[in-house]
Every structure is written in structure tokens, then in C-alpha cells.
Design a protein around this ligand. Structure first.
Ligand code: PNS
Length: 170
């Protein structure tokens, strides 16, 4: 529920992603979206054939995010396995919010934007520029650092770092 002492009027936004796992860059984007929109639904992709198999199950990925945004009263975290625009419509969302890191993100996001806009011109995609300290950060990069025993502090929440090491040691 929105905090009345911090008025927002952006309606509901969806923050979609695979979040395998959530990084501090994602957490930053979710917090910033929650400061602008009345409600934010973090939508976690739960579709087995969409990409290669994920390291963490949807339940684990959702729990990691909930641990980081649980104190925000206007954020929910949910799995989805349908078209993003259909999920957004089901939740009455006016906007899809995504983070943009570098020019390399632009091409993929531009394509997704055109697809989503064609299917749902009534839902606006909104891009938040990543904070400078996270502009290099990606879930795949983090997994590679973890695989080779690198330091994950400042990249992912502490509990996620521990679980990453365990998962990759399996
Ligand atoms: O890069 P990510 O984190 O894997 O992004 C996932 C997502 C769903 C945000 C992106 O692929 C997208 O915008 N897809 C639009 C097409 C769609 O609805 N796919 C269904 C996914 S279940």
C-alpha cells in the first residue's frame, strides 16, 4: 500500500526480469520505481523454455528479492509465465519499468519495447538509467565471478552471495 506521507501518482508499474539472481543493481531500480509509482509488482520470469535453465528456481529468486524489498509497503514480487503485457494488464499496470545500464542494453530493450508496444500501446515502457556504481553489473557476470571464487560483496545482497557459492559448489 502506498505511503500517504510520500505521495506518488504513477499508478501501478511492473518491474520484469529473470533475476537469476537479483543483483544490487536490480534492488536499486526496484527501490527507485517504488518511490515514483504507487505500487510496483516485481515480475519474475518462470518459464522453462524461455532461456537456458536458470541456476535458481523461481521460488528461490522470488525469496531473494523479497528479502531485499520486504520493507517497502508498495512492492509485491510474483512469478509469471505469460506475455509480459498480459501480466501487466492483469495487474492494472500502466507502465513497465526496466533498468538501462549501457548502450549494449539499448538494442535488446529497443526490440522488446517495439514488441510490447505493438501488443499493448496503452502500456508505457519506462527506463531508469542505472546508478553509476551498478552500470557494469549483470546476473550473468555475477555468476561468472562466483564460479571462479571472486568477491561478490557490493554486487549482490550478502545472503544471495552465500547461496550462489553453495549452488555453484554443488
Ligand atoms: O532480460 P530478462 O531479465 O530475461 O528480461 C525478461 C523480460 C520478460 C523482461 C523480457 O524478455 C521482455 O520484455 N519480454 C517481452 C516478451 C514476453 O512477454 N516474454 C514472455 C516472458 S515469460
Amino acid at each position: 500500500m502506498a505511503n500517504p506521507s510520500h505521495p506518488r501518482n504513477g499508478g501501478t508499474a511492473v518491474c520484469p526480469g529473470s533475476y537469476d539472481p537479483v543483483t544490487l543493481g536490480h534492488v536499486d531500480i526496484i527501490h527507485r520505481a517504488a518511490a515514483v509509482f504507487d505500487n510496483v509488482v516485481v515480475a519474475v520470469v518462470d518459464h522453462p523454455v524461455r532461456k537456458q535453465v536458470t541456476l535458481f528456481s523461481a521460488e528461490e529468486r522470488i525469496a531473494f528479492i523479497q528479502d531485499e524489498v520486504g520493507e517497502l509497503g508498495n512492492v509485491q514480487v510474483k512469478p509469471f509465465d505469460i506475455l509480459l503485457v498480459d501480466f501487466a494488464r492483469e495487474h492494472g499496470a500502466k507502465a513497465i519499468v526496466k533498468g538501462l545500464r549501457a548502450i549494449s542494453d539499448f538494442e535488446y530493450e529497443f526490440e522488446m519495447n517495439q514488441l510490447n508496444r505493438k501488443m499493448a500501446p496503452d502500456i508505457e515502457s519506462v527506463y531508469l538509467m542505472s546508478s553509476p556504481e551498478y552500470s557494469f553489473l549483470s546476473s550473468s557476470g555475477v555468476k561468472e565471478v562466483a564460479m571462479f571464487g571472486g568477491d561478490l560483496s557490493g554486487l549482490v545482497p550478502g545472503s544471495v552471495g552465500e547461496r550462489l557459492q553453495e549452488a555453484l559448489n554443488r
